[in-house]
Design a protein around this ligand. Sequence first.
Ligand code: GDP
Length: 472
Amino acid sequence: SFQLMADLIKLEVFVAPHQAIEPEIAEKLCEMHGFVFEREKREKGGGVHKEKKKVKEPKAVEHEPEEKLEYRAPIITFMGHVDHGKTSLLDYVRKSRVTKGEAGGITQHIGAYHVDHHGHPISFIDTPGHSIFTEMRARGADVTDIVVLVIAADDGIMPQTKEAIEHAKKSEKTIIVAINKCDMPGADPMRVKTQLMEHGLQPVDFGGETECVEVSAVTGQGMEDLLELMALQAEVLELKANPRANARAAVIEASVQPGKGPTATVIVRAGTLKTGMPFICGPYAGKVKSMFNDLGEPVKEAGPAIPVEVIGFAELPHVGDELVQMKTEKASKKLSEERLQAKRNDRLQRPKMSRMEDLMSMVQGDNKAQLNIILKGDVQGSVQAIENAVNDIKSDKVEPRFISSAAGAITESDILMASSSGAVVLGFNTKVEAKAVKAAKSEGVQIKLFSVVYELLDTVEEAMLGLLDPIT
Ligand code: GDP
């Protein structure tokens, strides 16, 4: 980014990283570096280029002209320490959904739901906790716009609250703090606000920018304000999407259901998903056979920010995979074959580190290598302690980076995350689920299990100093 900033200065354009630039400037930059700049073009007629043998990969990012964009609902994720009331708050909102005719409707758990708050649509990711958040981020399919940080007023900031703050900050999310359980006798919202300051979040009351609402999932106190604030923040963020663009959606939950086959809940990011639409999702082709909303009702269409359960996947997709509309079934099948082949090739000649013993081969010149770690442990306390100790290990050549760390068994999704981020999975006093063992074999992910802290730390240190014997 510094090189680009320097180039931009030469063009007399002064911008900070993450700031948008005009397409004409982007074109000049591309020229300076020998790239051909191309604006996204809609193809007319058949989806497949006749002169090219390969199926065109759908573009990763949509650049839609402003006039085609329409406001969409914000997508909200609740995060916070266990037992601070994430589920209760989500349930409260779900039960009191305000849209006409929906009241009393039995909501199905599909992993997300959508409410209409006095004309302001809001979508909620219904899987509290940050595992899904980290996982989606690791796969580059992070759909959350606003993080609601739930903190119990009688307990204050706890280890998972800190983690949630870290995650939200790292991914530059807007944070709204819900100080929950304000009905409890020991509730002390003031203390929570003071603690927030210590963690770099300045409440509005104290002259800062972090909105805090005192709520109770039991009495409903403050819930109107909380929803109001979400709608308001959404307006500030100017969240927009083109409902007529090529449809793309992110998988947030996936399971095989009896009688339905592989099923996934997706949240639409652009375009409008329709029944009968051929698509590609991860490496697999599919076609939308049917869709259901969060009330279990069949729907024919789903626009931006709307969660729907989709039936019609050839294979079970992974959480975080992107579903992209294809023009024809033939094209989606062909692309699926190509992606599967690419995946096989990638596995054979993967440059990413897959074993700690290979770490040193990643060090190039003065550039430090990164040891990506997924850590699972018996309890949150030990996980946190290990993470801190690893971060304290000094090495000139290698930098540790925790993709995720949490209490619990090593799961299939840990392995998939490790595979996509070139990480090793370290387990401390925990077990590996059967599915994870299988996935680790097929994905070539290294799992190392420990029951003594210093052995774990020694191994990591040796890997970071290049002292581990290569595996032959
Ligand atoms: P989660 O682990 O963050 O999802 O927390 P839960 O929603 O499961 O809540 C944990 C416990 O706190 C449950 O027993 C809830 O009934 C209780 N709880 C949640 N919110 C409130 C609240 O606002 N007031 C009171 N008194 N109890 C609450």
